[in-house]
Design a protein around this ligand. Sequence first.
Ligand SMILES: [Zn+2]
Length: 320
Amino acid sequence: MSTTTFTRKTLGLETVEPAVTPPPAPARETSFAKKTKLGSVKSRKRDIPEGLWTKCPKCETLVFDKELDANLKVCAKCQHHFPIGARERIHSLVETCTFEEMDADMVSVDILKFKGVASYTSKLESYKKSTGLKDAVVTGIGHIGEYRAALGVMDFSFLGGSMGSVVGEKLTRLVEKATEKELPLIIISTSGGARMYEGMFSLMQMAKTCGALAYHARAKLPYISVLTHPTTAGVMASYASVGDLILAEPKAMIGFAGPRVIKDTTQAELPPGFQTAEFLLDRGLVDSIVCRTEMKPRLISYLGHMMCGKRAQQTSDRRV
Ligand SMILES: [Zn+2]
């Protein structure tokens, strides 16, 4: 008996003691060493003047900012498409002084009183200041070449181009206006998906926008959807993927769930180039890949073909 109790005690002590041992001490020293390293990197960065040059992440050449702006934020050497703001994009597509903006003052409301690291209201205010936009989409009617068209352009720099109730409502009103005025519709998407700060209200926008688009389609009016980097999740699962014609910018990431989520769910290796515009073109989800610098003439050409049919349809209806 006495021998068994003795062994139990020793075993108990032996297992507990190592777990109680404190973590290794030199953690402070390593963090201090890292801080000095970071400081040296900062001093190196100061040597390059900011706001004049941008390093292309693909070909790594330094591009003069003015040249980059003149080329619609496309690297002249490797055709890498940098992100572009909604206003710059509209300026590149619409004829000067013809764009009539719609619902310019519509702003989001923090209906759920969302509180995370920062409140939704404070996030909205900071993005309004940094982007000069009221929300993640600009809508309106303007002339593209000789064609009057309804145009909706999203901006990724405003809360990741997320679709909240304002984005959904502005686009729905744009589609309804296009249906009423018998105008072709172009929506240029870039989005991380539905806006989590608005929960279910942002998910409802998927059905609302598609409902309005169904009426637009019933009126036999063309809808061109342009997918730019990145177009994902709730936006891709609603209005962005239901265009009569679906165009995409080169190398744009397009998909519903992220590649890591798909890989974990399916437990399978994803093919190379998965969720890129080129991958989807091969599989028929995208109709054509169009470089940003070519976008305007291509849109005019497509509108010419699509609206010509509409005019012929209208005249034949009248004859009947
Ligand atoms: Zn480049």
